[in-house]
Structures are given as structure tokens and as C-alpha cells.
Design a protein around this ligand. Structure first.
Ligand SMILES: Nc1ncnc2c1ncn2[C@@H]1O[C@H](COP(=O)(O)OP(=O)(O)OP(=O)(O)O)[C@@H](O)[C@H]1O
Ligand SMILES: [Mg+2]
Length: 469
């Protein structure tokens, strides 16, 4: 028998019958409640927590047995109902079985038969319960609160998240900007035992190196001018919790070495300090860069890469999972229009589904937020979408030019010069044609050509003082 007592409701209009059943069943360790008629029984069921089994007389003055059965099952759908019937009313009992009763017993009851039937009923209850639990677990494995993703690739992400959340392994989350890396990091924390402490997040790219160092590692009093008190760094603060290093690919070499030490030795040395302090922070990291390439090109330490990438979660770009776009649109509509009046028209949804989303889910979210704010009608149409999305221009030019901005940046003026020369070449020197190819007037093209020809080679990339602010 399980730890919690099974709860049994006994319904009979005959007092002596109720008393003897209560006596027998209580002695067997069951928790027994009694009711003396049908109305009483339904009100008990409506107000109490779930019973496992109802043991009911079939013939009572106030209600027909079949009706009582139907009402009881309506009040507690998981209930197992056993009928007690006099010899003459077997037909009704059979009919009741068809309507969902578990079994019937004929009066006068035999103790052994009663207990055996009860045991079988409870076994079935346990089985049903276990089945329900397994189904819920299965469903949850493919679900994470607030993260939308029905596409197979996202379902894979959810499965891994559920699998590794409870462990202390370092996880590296890869994905383009706006794909939901931070959301996944937060889910990993929420699904871990560390959830009662806050997640400590730091964006590596947002802080200058010296500030980042003291933010992460802390410093002792007097470590440098201005350090007039000891500072506890985030790594130490996150001990017992989770530390999320966002854009970890931007970490400078010096700090890469220091972070590696934290991951390897599980201890931290404050800036200006000598004492090694034990830390127990679970580290999650995210990057939108190709870190393996960073390793090949010497920008990222290989040993640190392997330390971070123990578990790797790759979040696909939105254009690689377009089937997620409609449910995401619904999700953001609900988020930004709590009155739930706005909906999306089919043509607008089609545009959204076909667009390339260089900014991924974040971009989709702001497009919906804007549309909800600006739309005049309750049904959002193509006109409520930004021109770039409607025309797909940004993605088209990416495709035509194969645009990709490398880590070291680009020389925009040099690029402009190459484009102008290319257009002239294609137009066989005809300036009017070349201007048309570039979407410029002939005069503008001529003006830019003069600028190019006036500038000595290489001077185009020279920094200008005016841009230094
Ligand atoms: N699958 C998703 N379901 C619901 N909302 C999402 C999903 N993915 C992203 N978002 C939302 O999109 C926005 C961007 O997500 P997040 O900040 O996690 O992206 P990111 O990958 O960390 O981006 P970046 O690289 O630019 O930092 C957030 O508002 C987030 O709530
Ligand atoms: Mg982020």
C-alpha cells in the first residue's frame, strides 16, 4: 500500500450497512467518508479533494443509481465507482458498467470479495495515474515555458535543455543574434536546482576590458588607484548559482586565461589579491560568432573553447525554422495586445513567413510590437509591416552582394569606390548607365567619381577626426 491512504466514499441509505463498511475498510487502512443518500454524495464529491473509489448502493430513495453514477463521474472524472446491488437488480448493474462503473458487488457483501474488488480498483487507479504522469512528462520534455518552438530543431534544443539543466556542466549556446540564446540560458537556470538564486548575467562585449575584469573577478582594497574598498566579483557572487557570459567570443586574451583558470581550478583570484577563493558557479556562455574559426585564427584559446563547449546547444536561425513563425506571431500578438483584439491577416502572415529575418526572433518581436501599436484596424495587414519586411529588400541586397561583415570590420569608402568602378565597368564606361545601375543620378555619380579620383590610393580609409566622438 502506498504511503498516502486511499480515499473511499461509501454511499448507502442504510445506516447499519454504512457502519459495517466503515469498520471493515478503516481496519484495512483506508480513509473512509460516508454519505447517506445520493444528494449528500454529490455534494461531498463536489467539495472534497479526489476520492479514489466510491462504493455505492444502487437503489436509494432520492436518486436513481445510473444518474448518481453519471453525476459522480462528472464531479470527479478519475473516480472508480463500485456498485452494491441486491439480487434482483443485476440488469441495472450491467447497464451501469456500460456507463463507466468499474464493477459491481451483490448484497449481502462478502468481506473477501469486497476487499479484492477494492484492491483491483486501486491498482487500476494507480496505473491510470502513472500513465497520466508519463504523458505529462513526455509533453514537458518538448516544452519550455515562454519559449516557442514547434520545429524539430527547436524540439531538439528543448530536449537537450531538459537533459542538461540539472547538471553542473558548462554549456555553450551558439546562435545568430536574436535567436533566443539568453532565453535558453535563463531556462537552463530555471530548470536547475540553482533556480532559487538569481542568474548572474554579464555581457562581455558591452564592457571595456579593465572594467570587465574587476566586474568578473572583483578586486582587493588598494589594488589600483580608486580601489578604496574590496569588491566581490560576479564569479564569486554567482557561487551556488549560475553565471551567464554573454558574447563570450569577445573576451580578450588576458581574460580568457583568467576565466580558464576559474573553470579548471574552480577558484578565483581577485585583482590585487593573493588568496585563491573557492567558487561554485555554474557557467553558461553564449556566442553569435563562429568560435571554432576564432580558435583557428588564434583569437580564441582552444583550451578555453573546449572547457566552455562541454555541452553545445545550437539555436537555428529563424529562417531555418519558418514553421515557427506563425506560432511566434501569435505569441507576440498576445504579449503586446493583452485585450486580444488584434489578429493577423493571411497576406501579412505570408509576408512574415517568407521574410529572411536577419535579426531573427528579436526582429520579429519588434515588428509585431510596432504593428500592434500603429495598426488602425484589428486585423493586421501588409501595410502595418515595415517596408523592409514587406519588400524583403534587406535580404535581397544581402543575396546579390553576398554581404558578410568580417570581424575586423570593413572599409566602407573603399567598398563604395569598388562598387562605382564595377558599375562603370559593367556599363562599359557609360556614366548614365552606371548611375542607373547604382540608383544614383548622373550628377551624384560624377560628384562621387571626382572624390575618388581626387583621393590618393589608401587615403579613403584614413580616420577622420570628426568621427572620433
Ligand atoms: N523561441 C522564442 N520564443 C519566444 N520568444 C523568443 C524566442 N526566441 C527569442 N525570443 C525573444 O526574442 C528576444 C531576443 O531573445 P534573446 O535576447 O534571448 O536573443 P539572443 O540570442 O540572446 O540575442 P543576442 O545575440 O542579440 O544577444 C527576446 O525578447 C526573447 O524573449
Ligand atoms: Mg543575448
Amino acid at each position: 500500500m502506498s504511503a498516502a491512504k486511499s480515499r473511499i466514499l461509501v454511499i448507502d441509505d442504510e445506516r447499519s450497512q454504512r457502519d459495517i463498511l466503515e469498520l471493515i475498510l478503516t481496519a484495512e487502512g483506508y480513509e473512509v467518508t460516508t454519505a447517506n443518500n445520493g444528494r449528500h454524495a454529490t455534494s461531498v464529491l463536489a467539495e472534497s479533494p479526489a476520492f479514489d473509489v466510491a462504493l455505492t448502493d444502487l437503489k436509494m430513495p432520492d436518486i436513481n443509481g445510473i444518474m448518481l453514477l453519471t453525476e459522480m463521474l462528472k464531479a470527479q472524472p478519475g473516480l472508480c465507482v463500485i456498485l452494491m446491488t441486491a439480487h434482483g437488480s443485476i440488469d441495472t448493474a450491467v447497464e451501469a458498467m456500460k456507463k463507466g462503473a468499474f464493477d459491481y458487488l451483490t448484497k449481502p457483501l462478502e468481506r473477501e470479495e469486497l476487499l479484492l474488488t477494492l484492491t483491483r480498483a486501486l491498482e487500476r487507479q494507480a496505473l491510470l495515474r502513472e500513465n497520466r504522469m508519463l504523458q505529462e512528462q513526455l509533453r514537458d520534455r518538448f516544452r519550455i515555458e515562454n519559449i516557442i518552438g514547434t520545429h524539430g530543431a527547436m524540439q531538439d534544443v528543448f530536449r537537450v535543455v531538459h537533459k542538461v539543466a540539472a547538471s553542473n556542466s558548462t554549456v555553450l549556446i551558439h546562435g545568430e543574434s536574436g535567436t533566443g540564446k539568453e532565453l535558453v540560458a535563463r531556462a537552463l537556470h530555471q530548470l536547475s536546482e540553482r533556480r532559487n538564486r538569481p542568474l548572474y548575467a554579464v555581457n562581455v562585449a558591452a564592457l571595456p576590458e579593465s572594467i570587465l575584469e574587476t566586474e568578473l573577478f572583483g578586486h582587493e582594497k588598494g589594488a589600483f588607484t580608486g580601489a578604496d574598498a574590496r569588491k566581490i566579483g560576479l564569479i564569486e557572487q554567482a557561487s551556488g548559482s549560475t553565471l551567464f557570459l554573454d558574447e563570450v567570443g569577445d573576451l580578450k586574451r588576458d581574460l580568457q586565461v583568467k576565466l580558464l583558470r576559474v573553470l579548471q581550478e574552480r577558484e578565483v583570484l581577485r585583482v590585487g589579491g593573493t588568496e585563491r577563493i573557492k567558487v561554485d558557479a555554474r557557467v553558461l556562455a553564449a556566442t553569435n560568432q563562429d568560435l571554432e574559426r576564432g580558435v583557428r585564427e588564434g583569437r580564441f584559446r582552444e583550451d578555453l573553447y573546449y572547457r566552455l563547449n562541454v555541452i553545445s546547444i545550437v539555436i537555428p536561425s529563424l529562417r531555418e525554422r519558418r514553421t515557427d513563425i506563425p506560432p511566434l506571431v501569435e505569441h507576440f500578438l498576445k504579449k503586446y495586445d493583452p485585450s486580444a483584439r488584434k489578429s493577423i491577416s493571411q497576406p501579412a502572415l505570408k509576408i512574415l513567413t517568407n521574410y529572411d529575418w536577419p535579426g531573427n526572433v528579436r526582429q520579429l518581436e519588434s515588428v509585431i510590437e510596432r504593428a500592434v501599436l500603429l495598426a488602425e484596424e484589428d486585423i493586421l495587414g501588409p501595410a502595418d509591416l515595415p517596408a523592409t519586411v514587406r519588400t524583403g529588400i534587406s535580404s535581397a541586397s544581402d543575396v546579390v552582394l553576398g554581404l558578410h561583415i568580417p570581424e575586423e570590420g570593413i572599409d566602407l569608402e573603399g567598398l563604395e569606390r569598388s562598387l562605382i568602378l564595377k558599375a562603370l565597368e559593367k556599363a562599359e564606361g557609360n556614366q548614365t548607365k552606371a548611375a542607373r545601375l547604382l540608383g544614383l543620378t548622373r550628377r551624384t555619380l560624377q560628384y562621387r567619381l571626382e572624390k575618388i579620383q581626387g583621393a590618393p590610393d589608401g587615403a579613403t580609409a584614413a580616420p577622420k577626426g570628426a568621427e572620433a566622438d
